[in-house]
Design a protein around this ligand. Structure first.
Ligand code: PLP
Length: 395
């Protein structure tokens, strides 16, 4: 049995998304900037997709900008707000300690240019506190950027409250909603969101395509200069097959949001209940405020990497956290942000489900993980010290 539980890293394309990709590749291959019929057919398909995405997010078509994915959308949102703020003498940005690197590394770059960045604490439960945000906003704050759902531990932030607070205080609000859109209900208007990033490959669409939503009136800065595509804000011939496939995937995901959640949540919770029974194991992130698909555990006394290799040998494909940190010996910044000691953060396991995950697969995981954890602990000198009392258990 092959069990794919790394859907937070990427998802397999749905049949609908594949069909839309093939159809567009065959039939809508023109350049939307061309004035002839083939070009204008591509233009019509592109603008149709923009309308359809806008409808799903609760905004207007002209507020949708197609990008190469979540990372580019995050970069453009943050840099735009920073450039606009700087013109008005506002060079303070608020974010959180556990953002995706597409956000954190962009903020690092701006810090080097003289911006000041405040990173909010996310506490042991992996949640931002609205009072902390209220206290952090200053007269020179030009942007608040808080992710909708965390990609490693799955916690969902109080986005509507954050949006309302930012609106009331006159500060732009961006959210990296890559792990939320297509998984839980998102509506930019109802939640007072000014800018939002999403990525197709996290909801069974193709890789290399995403969206930046920017509320009308927001001045965007180009990340890519060139032609006048995307209202002059993102140069490059449009990825029409990618956009049409993403649109089909998102329509399908949003149409089945409740159905998928009702299927996934019991499986997620069954997995959480079973893994919680392993001694010296800990669920990371608030148990209730989480997306339907993400489960993250730490097991004391083992290395996450060894666990992943042994799971792979047993047909279970998982992750220790972020795809970006693999190959690095540093523990995840997300797990450190929720207060885990380094040695515990090293023993992490992220299992991320999709609507295609079956109960049989979850049962296989529940049967397999405890034995592997025990096997690895029995080989570990650290575990021996923990058990004979020369080292203190941390969890
Ligand atoms: C995957 C991911 C991104 C990056 O999106 P890409 O389309 O791969 O560039 C950004 N933020 C979060 C939360 C993600 O999970």
């Amino acid at each position: 049995m092959l069990v794919y539980l790394d859907n937070a890293a990427t998802t397999k394309m749905s049949e609908t998304a594949k069909r839309a990709l093939f159809d567009a590749t065959e039939n809508v291959w023109g350049n939307p900037s061309s004035l002839h019929t083939v070009g204008q057919e591509a233009r019509a398909a592109l603008e149709g997709a923009r309308e359809r995405i806008a409808k799903l997010l609760g905004c207007e078509a002209r507020e949708i900008y197609f990008t190469s994915g979540g990372s580019e959308a995050d970069n453009q949102a943050i840099i735009s707000a920073a450039r606009y703020g700087a013109k008005k003498g506002k060079k303070h940005i608020i974010s959180t300690k556990f953002e995706h690197h597409a956000v954190l590394h962009t903020l690092n770059r701006l810090e080097k240019e003289g911006f000041e960045v405040t990173l909010l604490d996310v506490y042991e439960n992996g949640m931002v506190r609205i009072d902390d945000l209220a206290a952090a906003i200053r007269p020179d704050t030009c942007l608040v950027t808080v992710m909708y759902a965390n990609n490693e531990i799955g916690t969902v932030q109080p986005i509507r409250e954050i949006g309302e607070l930012c609106r009331a205080r006159g500060v732009l609000f961006h959210t990296d909603a890559v792990q939320a859109v297509g998984h839980i209900p998102v509506n930019v208007k109802e939640e007072s969101i000014d800018m939002l990033s999403l990525s197709a490959h996290k909801f069974h669409g193709p890789k290399g395509v995403g969206v930046l939503y920017a509320k009308r009136g927001i001045v965007l800065t180009n990340i890519i200069d060139g032609g006048a595509q995307e209202r002059g804000k993102r140069a490059g011939t449009e990825n029409i097959p990618g956009v049409l496939s993403m649109t089909a995937a998102l329509e399908e995901s949003v149409a089945h949001l409740d159905e998928n959640a009702n299927k996934m949540i019991p499986l997620r919770d069954k997995l959480i209940d079973a893994l919680t029974k392993i001694p010296h194991a800990r669920l990371n992130g608030d148990r209730d405020h989480r997306v339907p698909g993400i489960v993250n555990f730490c097991f004391e006394g083992i290395e996450g990497e060894s666990l992943l290799l042994m799971l792979d040998m047993n047909g279970i494909e998982a992750s220790s956290g972020s795809a970006c940190t693999s190959g690095s010996l540093d523990p995840s910044h997300v797990l450190l942000a929720i207060g885990l000691p380094h040695e515990v953060a090293h023993g992490s396991l992220r299992l991320s489900l999709s609507e295609y995950t079956t109960e049989e697969e979850i049962d296989h995981v529940i049967k397999t993980v405890p034995g592997i954890v025990e096997y690895l602990r029995n080989m570990s000198p650290v575990w021996e010290e923990l058990e004979n009392g020369t080292r203190k258990h941390l969890i």
